[in-house]
Design a protein around this ligand. Structure first.
Ligand code: SF4
Length: 539
């Protein structure tokens, strides 16, 4: 047995040791349909893209009502709330924070009013890299001085849209603003009458268009179209703005497309039942597993996945290697959904809270264990130890992505560069650190071939360090940019639904207890809920 060293960041929990999505967006324009409930189910399908907060904005043609809160979709909304959100159009959002803290004010959709008194609600998936520059462009960069306000790049965009929308209208204001946003953005937003969807010129994050019998849907992933019975029409093109209203669907270009889709969506981020650029994510992951088997064969008795994200690649590895596939780990599917803070004793159980070994399957076997990626290495280290304790005689770790050596500035929250185990160690060092008998990562070429996309159309920066969108220094500051650097709050006083349930003459749905307050859950950055950062709960 190889002795495991504790590694560079042994104190981090397994919940910290995964990449975190930043957001999922959903929009629907469908007069006569229950748009809030459609959005609710759409957000359910996108829950893996953000588990810190959820919100829905609904317009009935005269006014926009926003309901949002910290927590999972199922915790934020109940039947009574959804029934009170009536209209013909909705925008929904699930959030993991990439800029700004996990506070109620930073939940989305954002909302702000123009000087003409109309509203704009916006949901954003991605991360901008020129936020400070955009803040400086606002007529009043500190519109909410002294108030508790939102501190996200999304809120800055909403504010800038509102500043010119009164004169130009939202569509024209967006066409003028969007070319100036740098970074990754897939947006779903609306005014009182029109649903908009826009995707940055690189198409880093996915965004798709779907058709209902009586309307249209836009969503981060095709899986969210499926759940609401919408048929896939096409992707929103990089550099495209779509507007949908009573006059139909209009498409405009605000920038020439330069596709650089996130390759990590295929590896881990997107649901397996989603398709990206015409390629099924599940099929891609199975193919990655086949490549992994060709590149890193092993003498073993059984291939087991780290569920759920390692499962398709393990299937592919077993298929290509001829080694039987089996289930050696059982995932405690609901632990990622608890908001109970664990005691230190419970926290020390680490990975055992999430995964339990099937001892009768594992005992006496030489195992190939397939996982999607290694971030800090803590998860794999604990896993190898647990499998050996369960009786495995050899543990060969196979990873369905190349080593993650660089942080993502386009919307995925890995660890900092210093915390990434592959930043400080070569493969042999990582193998020793996690205690495996052998370790193999799929090559960059193998991964890209499995996506069936040309390398030139993909972002691979977290593996290669080649960032396709130039990074100004401010981007390096990280997610708390608007709190730490600008020192300003970036929302409009009217842009959030306040806890007391009032906002500039707009009625706000209130809690079921009749108190008039939106439902709030006991989750904040300072009191992280255990499991809330377990980024994915795969179906
Ligand atoms: S750096 Fe990695 S995670 Fe970020 S967009 Fe590029 S490929 Fe995706």
């Amino acid at each position: 047995m190889v002795e495991a060293d504790p590694g560079p960041s042994a104190s981090a929990t397994p919940q910290d040791d995964v990449p975190h999505e930043e957001c999922g967006v959903f929009g629907v324009w469908a007069p006569g349909e229950e748009v809030a409930k459609l959005t609710y189910f759409g957000l359910f399908a996108l829950q893996h893209r953000g588990q810190e907060a959820a919100g829905i904005a609904v317009s009935d043609g005269r006014q926009i009502v926003v309901f949002k809160d910290l927590g999972l979709v199922s915790q934020v909304f109940d039947e009574q709330t959804l029934s009170s959100l009536r209209g013909h159009m909705a925008v929904g959002h699930t959030r993991y924070s990439t800029t700004g803290s996990s506070t109620w004010e930073n939940a989305q959709p954002t909302f702000t009013t123009t000087s003409a008194g109309t509203g704009i609600a916006l949901g954003h998936n991605g991360n901008l890299v020129n936020t400070a520059e955009l803040v400086a462009r606002r007529a009043d960069p500190m519109p909410s001085r002294g108030r508790v306000t939102a501190t996200t790049d999304s809120d800055v965009v909403t504010g800038l849209l509102a500043e010119s929308a009164a004169d130009l209208g939202v569509e024209e204001a967006a066409l003028r603003l969007l070319p100036d946003l740098r970074g990754a953005f897939s947006l779903a937003f609306c005014d009182e009458t029109t649903l908009y969807a826009a995707r940055d010129r690189h198409g880093v994050r996915p965004l798709v268009l779907g058709r209902l019998d009586r309307g249209w849907v836009v969503a981060s992933e095709t899986a969210a179209l499926d759940i609401v019975g919408a048929s896939f029409v096409r992707e929103v093109e990089p550099g495209e703005l779509i507007a949908i209203d009573a006059d139909g669907l209009r498409s405009s270009r605000f920038a020439a497309p330069e596709p650089k889709g996130c390759v990590f969506e295929y590896v881990y981020l997107a649901r397996p039942d989603t398709s990206i650029a015409g390629r099924g994510v599940h099929s891609t992951r199975v193919e990655i597993g086949r490549k992994l088997a060709q590149e890193h064969p092993a003498e073993a008795d059984l291939v087991i996945p780290v569920p759920e994200s390692g499962t398709p690649a393990a299937v592919g590895y077993a298929e290509a290697s001829g080694i039987p596939y089996g289930m050696g780990l059982v995932k405690n599917a609901y632990v990622g959904r608890t908001f109970i803070q664990p005691s230190q004793t419970i926290r020390q159980l680490g990975i055992r809270l999430k995964l339990n070994p099937l001892r009768e399957v594992i005992r006496g076997k030489r195992l190939v264990v397939v996982d999607d990626s290694i971030v800090r290495g803590n998860t794999q280290r604990s896993l190898v130890r647990m499998l050996r304790e369960a009786g495995a005689v050899e543990v060969h770790v196979r990873i369905a992505s190349p080593p993650v050596r660089w942080p993502c500035f386009y919307g995925i929250d890995f660890a900092s560069r210093a915390e990434l185990i592959a930043n400080g160690l070569d493969n042999e060092g990582i193998r020793r650190s996690v205690g495996a008998d052998s370790l193999g990562y799929v090559s960059s070429e193998g991964l890209i071939a499995a996506t069936e996309q040309p390398r030139s159309r993909l972002c691979t920066a977290c593996f290669s360090g080649e960032y396709p969108i130039p990074l100004p220094e401010e981007a390096m500051v990280g997610k708390h940019l608007l709190e730490d650097v600008a020192g300003t709050a970036c929302g409009d006083p009217g842009n959030v639904v306040h806890q007391n349930g009032t906002r500039a003459g707009v009625p706000v749905p209130s809690a079921a207890d009749g108190s008039g307050a939106p439902v709030r859950l006991p989750l904040s950055r300072s009191t992280p809920a255990y499991g809330a950062e377990d980024a994915l709960s795969r179906p």
